[in-house]
Design a protein. Structure first.
Length: 266
């Protein structure tokens, strides 16, 4: 394992990070199995489906990752960081939120069976909090201790794509694009907002917008639309294209230090 980092801490060993990620997915998956595989459509027809497919697994995953974060002792680092990027980057979360609001199928949510809309809002909030603590929280902090900022950010983008392919809505291709694109956008949101609060809000809004097209009587539809997927991808590509000019490749102030050198056995 590499030498101690700032404050006398040592980087989280690779094996431990792998166990945290795998354990998180395993806990969520086992709870989903326990709740029963009841989805017969690509979407969410009723409240029991929302509860079994989204609420229970993400609640279990959230508990697991919060316990892991507390045991790691890096609670503040996971949740907060210095906010030092140019204010122009606020355009990214504003555009993400505006796009989610504009593409949410409000009539479908309003006409869904009783309780589905409320259950979906709760599910999207839980899913966002659960996933962001893992990806833009634990994983980003752990990768920053070993890699330069661009590599750490890319690592979380790749993890986002992989997690979305495994757990997200829609076709595999749609899940991969949405996962990678939101990985870029939510990383930028963490830098802009100085922590996880803003990524959680944006993640929940995007999930709600995607799922809103496949609830109730529209449950036969695949979640998400071409406009939503392409819009997220286009905005993510724009962020990547201009990132070097806006300070994103540099780690937040206070974290700008030389990473420990030497062979890693962790």
């Amino acid at each position: 394992m590499a030498g101690a980092d700032r404050g006398g801490r040592r980087p989280l060993p690779w094996a431990v990070l792998g166990v945290v990620l795998a354990g998180w997915l395993l806990v969520s998956g086992l709870v989903g199995i326990y709740m029963g595989v009841i989805r017969t459509t690509p979407g969410l027809r009723d409240v029991p489906t929302v509860r079994a497919d989204l609420i229970a697994p993400h609640l279990a995953g959230l508990v697991a990752v919060l316990v892991a974060t507390a045991l790691w002792g890096r609670w503040r680092d996971v949740w907060r960081e210095p906010r030092d990027v140019h204010p122009a980057w606020w355009a990214v979360p504003v555009l993400v939120l505006a796009g989610a609001a504009a593409t949410t199928d409000v009539p479908a949510l309003a006409s869904a069976p009783a309780g589905v809309a409320a259950a979906l809002v709760v599910a999207c909030a839980l899913a966002a909090l659960d996933t962001e603590v893992v990806l833009r929280g634990v994983a980003l902090v752990a990768l920053r201790e070993r890699w330069p900022e661009p590599a750490a950010a890319l690592g979380t983008v790749l993890l986002s794509g992989a997690v979305e392919v495994l757990t997200g809505p829609g076709t595999p291709a749609t899940r991969a694009v949405v996962g990678a694109a939101t990985g870029v956008l939510l990383y930028a949101a963490r830098r802009v907002g100085g922590g996880l609060a803003l990524p959680v809000v944006l993640h929940a809004a995007v999930d709600l917008a995607l799922w809103s097209h496949a609830v109730g009587e529209s449950a036969e539809q695949v979640p998400g639309t071409g406009v939503q997927v392409l819009g997220l991808a286009a905005l993510a590509l724009a962020v990547v294209a201009v990132s070097r000019y806006g300070g994103l490749p540099r780690p937040p102030s206070g974290l700008r230090r030389r990473r420990p050198s030497g062979p890693s056995r962790g």
